[in-house]
Design a protein around this ligand. Structure first.
Ligand SMILES: Cc1cc2nc3c(=O)[nH]c(=O)nc-3n(C[C@H](O)[C@H](O)[C@H](O)COP(=O)(O)OP(=O)(O)OC[C@H]3O[C@@H](n4cnc5c(N)ncnc54)[C@H](O)[C@@H]3O)c2cc1C
Length: 292
């Protein structure tokens, strides 16, 4: 353990308003902590950027999952267990429910939160490709008020994001418009549980069978671990959208993917392996669409 507890302060506000008040007074001193599954790793390594921890775990306002007719509002403090066990998330947002089911182990899923996964901003984070595919929006809150922001514009570089020091993520909004979509997701790692992804994918498509074959009406493809931030493959999607899907299109889509992603070699994998696997995952998704 490289941190000394005696050097740290800890505050547990009893309401979201109180937490925002503390951040507004002295935002550069306090580090929010939700489940602590990333913060405590940094604590143990002695790399925490701040010495005062603001505990969000008990804030009920952040934990709720509210279902409205047009969208589901997931509190940033909802855990992976909350997500997995929620019937609307499991039924309408299977990409997110599946990502929650393979994030860490059970203990991690009982503590780790969706908001923490977003702000920790790992390019390998498992739930973030699902948020891109569903075009989620974030509700950010501070004492100054709330602002709503597309999640796709939130991460602006490696561990850089559109969040000021006095702001918290209050909720993640998922539009309820994907009922007719086919979903596909996979996590590729060294083992089935407790592994950080070498590559992960979350994809959605709406297709129609026509006289000319299988028409891709809409498609969304998002990948993790292939760039400094989780990314949506917009050029590959453009190539596929509104066209018939066949062997040639799949080959062209693989080529488009290779020119869109920018993976690195690191201790978990190599850039060339990640490129190859990402192409294989895309191909598997498209082949599954063809096979119906
Ligand atoms: C053993 C282990 C296995 C893991 N496996 C995986 C895995 O398979 N896939 C994966 O993606 N991740 C994995 N993780 C990482 C981690 O569990 C997730 O990133 C988790 O979602 C973090 O959530 P948390 O609530 O614990 O965040 P915390 O550690 O509490 O916080 C993380 C960051 O988010 C900030 N934060 C938290 N909530 C808010 C908020 N509402 N508003 C603003 N800022 C906020 C904190 O200030 C901090 O900077 C693993 C971690 C461990 C220890």
């Amino acid at each position: 353990m490289r941190s000394d507890p005696a050097e740290f302060g800890w505050l547990s506000p009893t309401s979201l308003a109180q937490a925002l008040e503390v951040l507004a007074e002295d935002s550069n001193q306090w580090l929010p902590i939700a489940g602590g599954t990333d913060v405590m790793v940094q604590y143990a390594a002695g790399t925490l950027p701040r010495r005062k921890l603001l505990n969000l775990w008990n804030l009920r306002e952040l934990r709720e999952i509210k279902v409205f007719s047009g969208e589901v509002e997931v509190g940033a403090g909802a855990t992976y267990t909350d997500l997995r066990s929620h019937p609307v998330i499991a039924g309408e947002f299977p990409l997110l429910a599946r990502a929650a089911s393979w994030t860490g182990g059970i203990a991690n899923q009982n503590r780790g939160t969706l908001g923490g996964n977003i702000v920790n901003a790992s390019p390998a984070a498992d739930s973030l490709p699902a948020l891109l595919a569903y075009e989620a929006e974030l509700i950010l809150v501070s004492r100054r008020g709330e602002r709503r922001f597309p999640y796709g514009d939130f991460h602006i570089g490696y561990k850089r994001m559109n969040l000021t020091a006095d702001e918290l993520i209050r909720a993640i909004c998922l539009p309820r418009r994907f009922s007719g979509y086919i979903s596909y997701s996979r996590k590729v790692g060294p083992r089935a549980a407790q592994a950080i992804s070498k590559v992960c994918i979350a994809a959605l498509a709406r297709v129609a069978r026509t006289d000319f074959g299988l028409m891709v009406q809409d498609v969304r493809i998002a990948l993790g671990s292939v760039a400094p931030v989780p990314m949506r493959l917009t050029a590959t999607e453009r190539l596929l959208k509104g066209k018939s899907l066949d062997r040639e299109q799949i080959t062209a889509a693989r080529r488009a993917l290779s020119s869109e992603i920018a993976p690195i070699s690191d201790l978990r994998s190599t850039a060339s392996y990640r490129t190859k696997v990402a192409g294989n995952l895309l191909e598997e998704f498209l082949q599954q669409l063809l096979k119906g």
